[in-house]
Ligand binder design. Structure first.
Ligand code: TXA
Ligand code: MG
Length: 352
């Protein structure tokens, strides 16, 4: 930190509030001086620093308690800026994905020398993204710098999708927290590597696999997306090997058709020491032990609420286990839901 204490700055999501731009100018100045700024994006809140300043980048790892071998995403305001930090010229697939940005999408390309190896954790490739959220883009623009930013949670905790999540984890660790409201997508960006012959999905997110295939043609999916890494196996995306997104209570996933799930959940709910994360249709009661994720046919709402629900489970008195119902398939955004929930539950899943 470069300030004595964390400053929380509230701005309106469309930047129409009095003084919003001045607040972002202050935050941009903190970035230029080597400080840390937590800011909203459409996916999750990020913890940002000047990507060209090694010392500032190192302080991100310290603030989060993040493993040094887990690389960071570099955020830029415009897809044209990608070429300043990575080799993308003449790369047709990169051009296609750039034309889709801003989006909840991150692409991995061979890096240029200006990007310090601290950002990429020693890799020759760099992850780049143009956020859709206008607060995020304005902050990058005003700083005049690329901003490297992981999710603004303490390592291992669920990613932050609301300002209070960031305030809980980053007070006393970040110089500025910009409170710009809730994150619309609710889970982190889709990460695609263009460093293979066939583009490779390393982390599913708001930009769906189906959509990727529509614009790129064939896209491979990394084994680590839905499977547990074997002892000693090296993931293509280093972040995949860590315990992730987990609350303190243990999470057990439940998968099956609506009727079977309903019977199972109603039975489990009778026990006092468990919480339930489920769809509206799964149970009729409402209580602090039940976290509703919206309707079965609206997985976007599940994605949006998921990390908040995982955090909330730790605030419910007297529960030691939470049963979390999964969508029935891995189509669309559900692939990302499965990817995150499998990690939160350490792959503990009951198939009914
Ligand atoms: O939506 C998002 O992507 C958010 C917001 C703040 O933009 N950021 C985010 O960052 O989720 P983080 O650090 O929590 O996750 C980045 C993921 C990690 O799994 C990391 O291992 C992977 O991207 N990654 C970053 N650079 C990489 C590289 N050069 N090669 C392979 N994987 C990389
Ligand atoms: Mg993260």
């Amino acid at each position: 930190m470069i300030l004595d204490e964390t400053k929380i700055l509230k701005v309106s999501p469309d930047l129409s509030g009095d003084g919003d731009i001045e607040k972002l100018q202050f935050a941009a100045e903190i970035i230029r001086k080597g400080g840390l700024v937590a800011f909203p994006t459409e996916t999750v809140y990020g913890l940002g620093a000047n990507a060209l300043d090694e010392k500032a980048v190192k302080s991100i790892f310290t603030a989060k308690g993040r493993a040094q071998d887990n690389p960071l995403i570099v955020h830029v305001a415009d897809s044209k800026d990608i070429d300043n930090y990575a080799f993308a010229e003449g790369n047709e697939k990169a051009d296609i994905l750039k034309s889709q940005m801003p989006a909840p999408l991150t692409i991995i390309l061979p890096k240029r020398d200006v990007i310090p190896l601290t950002v990429t954790a020693g890799l020759d490739n760099v992850a780049l993204r143009v956020p859709q959220n206008i607060i995020a883009r304005k902050l990058i623009e005003l700083s005049g710098l690329p901003i490297s930013a992981p999710s603004a949670n303490l390592s291992g905790k669920p990613s932050p999708t609301k300002a209070w999540h960031v305030i809980a984890d980053m007070t006393g660790r970040a110089d500025v927290i910009i409170d710009g409201g809730d994150c619309a997508v609710g889970l982190e960006s889709t990460v695609v590597s263009l460093c293979y012959d066939v583009p490779r999905l390393l982390r599913p997110g708001g930009f769906t696999y189906e959509r990727l295939c529509e614009v790129l043609g064939k896209v491979d999916i990394s084994d680590a997306v839905l499977e547990q890494l074997k002892e000693g196996q090296r993931p293509e995306s280093p972040g995949m090997k860590y315990k992730h997104y987990a609350p303190d209570v243990s999470v057990v996933l439940v998968k099956g058709n609506a009727q079977k799930v309903r019977t199972f959940i109603i039975e489990k709910y009778k026990s006092e020491n468990c919480g339930i994360i489920c769809f509206d249709e799964d149970i009729d009661q409402r209580s602090s032990r039940i976290l509703n994720m919206g309707s079965r046919n609206n997985e976007d709402e599940y994605a949006e609420k998921m990390f908040d629900a995982l955090r909330l489970t730790d605030t419910v008195e007297g529960i030691d286990t939470v049963y979390a119902v999964l969508p029935e398939t891995t189509d669309g955004i559900s692939l990302a839901i499965y990817n995150r929930m499998l990690r939160a539950a350490a792959f503990n899943i009951i198939e009914l």
